[in-house]
Design a binder for this molecule. Sequence first.
Ligand SMILES: [Zn+2]
Length: 272
Amino acid sequence: MARKNYKRIKQRTCATVNPSEYQINRNDERIRRLRKRVTKSTKFTIDVQFIHITDAKEGRISKARRIKQVAVLNNAFSEYGISFGYDENEVRVVNNAEWYTMDHGSIAERDAKTKLHSSPERHLNFYTAGLNGGLLGWATFPWELDGNRDMDGVVVMDESLPGGKAKPFDLGITAVHEVGHWLGLYHTFQDGCLLLGDHVDDTPSHSTPNYGKPDECEPNGACVEGEFAPVHNFMNYCDDEWLTEFTEAQIVRVRKNLMQYRPAFLVKKSKK
Ligand SMILES: [Zn+2]
């Protein structure tokens, strides 16, 4: 059931923090030193633990929308050997008006996650809520598992799941974007034209997010003359319909982050 009190969100807003250069470099170093091999045949299956926070009247998500959301995640990641599944019997629905309007970094977020999370090493804790301040969502980074494991997961605005009211953010792409962070990706516009941007070689650096449905033939703030901002990249800010791709180097980063921080999702090869 869609929300009655939904207030239209005009442009994508993600509250995932910009990690510091120190954190990014430390993670890059860990990934570089990764001893376990990630080959083309390495596959991961991620178990999604849906936790729907409601305020009694608003925030309930139907089974059909959960199925569609998981299909959208699979559509984005499965060609790279990363698949998602969930168990309908394990879905949690929790009624708490205070948590329903939680903000990023709030006490409500900490309380809710502390009480509701499932083992983050074995599940993607996928929270939905109404959120505050026009946010579509946020996520934690994989290295935060160490020391802050209860907060691990993604938080996504309920109406952004497929079939919700958050048009043009109603196709479930917000979850793909947040899961991208949760698997170690940064915004393509991170650090603008300074430093190493998003630390991914094949996404052109750009100065600011792109919004709406920008013309892909325009530079749109790309830092290098002749390059174009990646307006179809899931880690940019365009409308859902416009975000359709990851790059090869992003996927290499994601798969190595999975191996480094979330090995429980590794699909064990069967012995013959
Ligand atoms: Zn983001």
